[in-house]
Design a protein around this ligand. Structure first.
Ligand SMILES: [Zn+2]
Length: 166
């Protein structure tokens, strides 16, 4: 084990491991998810367009549900979305994937009423989380917003996490 190169990679680059369990007593399988320092694992680059099972499980651990601000759709009612669209060169890397429900997935486009998504960069107060940028007609600043519904700790740390938004 000491000379196992994969273990060395985990020790060198791994973040915090976490376990997941289902909500139903019959599906209490435990999963091990090894993440990077931003709790985001697994990179597939351009080798594959669709997210694999491990990436979907990792998103369950981090996103919990649709990432659109205020949306309450659970993970079971979402699709995996490329934060940078696949057609625009997006990659199937965990830090550029997110959950979006059907309704909000359809709202991501380049038209005048379209929303855009990005990943909050290091140093941002929600680093690694998906930022949703409203259409310029609704908010000329297009400032990115996150979904606090599945992250109630956001509101405990900062009672006004999104100044300027309603
Ligand atoms: Zn949604």
């Amino acid at each position: 084990m000491r000379n196992d190169p994969h273990r060395s990679d985990v020790n060198r680059t791994g973040g915090s491991p976490l376990t997941l369990a289902g909500n139903h007593p019959d599906d209490l399988d435990t999963w091990l998810c090894i993440t990077d320092l931003h709790d985001r694992p697994l990179h597939l680059g351009r080798s594959r367009r669709t997210a694999n099972t491990d990436q979907r499980l990792a998103l369950f651990a981090t996103d919990h549900g649709c990432t659109f601000p205020g949306c309450t759709a659970p993970a079971t009612r979402t699709q995996v979305h490329h934060v940078t669209d696949w057609a625009d060169g997006g990659t199937t890397d965990i830090e550029y994937l997110t959950y979006a429900c059907d309704r909000h997935h359809r709202q991501i486009h380049t038209g005048p009423l379209g929303w855009a998504t990005t990943t909050a960069p290091p140093g941002h107060r929600y680093a690694g989380r998906t930022l949703w940028h409203p259409p310029a007609l609704a908010d000329p600043t297009r400032e990115g917003r996150v979904n606090h519904h599945f992250h109630p700790g956001d509101l405990l740390r900062d009672p006004d996490p999104d100044p300027g938004s309603s």
